[in-house]
Ligand binder design. Sequence first.
Ligand code: GCW
Length: 722
Amino acid sequence: MKIRLFVLLGSILLFSALKLPAEDGYELWLRYLPETDPERREYISGILGQVVLDLSTSTGQVIDEEIQKATRGMLGEALPCRRDFAKRATLVIGTPGRFGIFNTDAVRGELDGVGPEGYFMGRVSYGKRDYLVIAANEPAGALYGTFHLLRILQSGSILTDRPITENPKIRHRLLNHWDNPDRTVERGYAGFSIWDWHKLPHYIDPGIKDYARANASLGINGTVITNVNANAVVLTSPYIEKVAALAEVFRPYGIKIYLTARFSSPAEIGGLSTSDPLDPAVREWWVAKADEIYASIPDFGGFLVKANSEGQPGPQDYGRTHADGANMLADALAPHGGIVMWRAFVYSHEIAEDRAKQAYNEFVPLDGRFRDNVFIQVKNGPIDFQPREPFHPLFGAMPGTALAPELQITQEYLGQGTHLVYLAPLFEECLDSDTYLPREGSTVARIIDGSVDNREQSAIAGVSNIGTDRNWTGHLFGQANWYAFGRLAWDHGLSSEEIAEEWIKLTFGKDPFLVGIIREIMLSSREAAVNYMTPLGLHHIMGEGHHYGPGPWVSGGRPDWTSVYYHRADSMGIGFDRTASGSNALRQYAPEVQEIFSDPETCPDAYLLWFHHLPWDFTMKSGGSLWEELCRKYDAGVRSVGRMRESWQKVEGKMDEERYQSVRSLLKIQEIEARWWRNACLLYFQSHSGLPFPPDIEQPEGTLREYMNLRFPYAPGIRPTW
Ligand code: GCW
């Protein structure tokens, strides 16, 4: 008996000793866990042991703080940086001019190929020794180089002899927060807004600095902190003061702050009788407003505008064009170096035209009429952040205008806060799409980074998934989507696989078994979601308003807000005919693209029902009928989630229990909801096709009526006005 008790106690002790310390996800990918391998410790202290750093700038100071944090975490002792050059330096960080080493031909030569925010990292001889150097032209570049090095050190890699030169491929890399002044977040699934307007400017939550660190570690250099469904209050003087306080925190991290500009502000808060962009008083009001903002925020980034879209005010209210509106704001910002991000997400149910075509129709005629400091911000696809869409036809169609893609990091249509869906493959799919405009090889990425049209200005935006939840993004794997957006914004040449692997190592550890399992889960997750939600090119069949869960039956009211408008299922078939026999949205693409998509035989299955309305018995590439294939795709999606759950169980014990369990529980919800999507959609489509389900799929449970009767009055992330 005694012996058994002893064994039991012993194993409890052993178990708790082995149990990894609890983590809540707050540290994101900047965990700096203690390094236990003696060789690795030596390697890290051989690099961070004696850092010499230009501390004369505020960015230099935050680099020092980060290195101290990293060494405290990884080595157990915070190692402060030195401000004066020392022969025993293990690493020298800075910009030309400060230390002699940066003025050597070796470094100067390397910096020739380095742009404003880029950096060089490599060994340089100086005096009689060799030094590891991070050299940049601007402090922000030195910060990015430092984060790159810390990423290498944390993920168990080593620096090779080959020097590294990095430059961001895109100039303005922005997060867009859809945060309202009352701290609700439109389409936010991670709690409330992190901006505590009530306590600003005098109280700044310490998390704001961690937010800035996280963004800077990825190279994100701007953030629009307010919702595109804008509230003019943010442009009033007390709020500008609050914004300025945040800008102070962001500045050392190379992050500029931007605001959404409500187009009707001159009338709403400026006391004018109109907000007409051609009215001199209105124009003066914006000039004065810009001057006021820049007086307190000298590095203010500019305005993001949603105009004449979904009820937002805009220049068309006064019979003016998007160009008139955007240029008025651009003129007010130009003297200060600010930019305007003008959204192309416009459509109207009053126009009897396929919604997918409307943005193109409105914006292409305005090509070349926007000021140089205007970007047209275009969603990745022509409808609205669906699990899969073809690339937006505006990419390549406006060679005289700078276009910036808008990607959605928050998972409005991809499982919101409960589904693990790694979005890098979605982002990559859009960026790598060949527009063939003006010639083959003109991918969306090359159009927006300026290389196709030799444009210097470039920008990209990601709609944030960040909120007050302790782990920032609600679902722990939402962090991977923030990470992936930032990394792709810096370098769109990176692959989803590479980014996933980096993130996993930093977030969960470098054990190859664990990395392999989680990478597989992540890389299969987006296709799984497409399959259980909207396979074969289906789109916009989600629940109404909240967009949570399936709603293929949604009809009535504005047609372009229903599901039946998009899937067009009837007893004969399903799909939206966007070929010449239908809406001919295809015509908005280059002839080469049209050729691929116009024939259902050559059109990839992934886009089939996006472009074609086909009979239920249409023979698919697989040999089965469209109906069977649709059923099998839905079923395959559910099965994939089952596999994701099983795989996740294999990493139990390989990470802390807390994070393991949180993902485990969410995967359970995801499987339940994937089944819900499959059952509800298949039962609904069956009510049109009248065909039996193939026997080899799990047969949908429940009745269509039951699914249609589900209500979600408190689903998160809905507009407060809804
Ligand atoms: O995706 C849709 C959302 C709206 C959003 C709109 C937009 C900010 O459902 O919530 O509003 O797009 O992008 O403007």
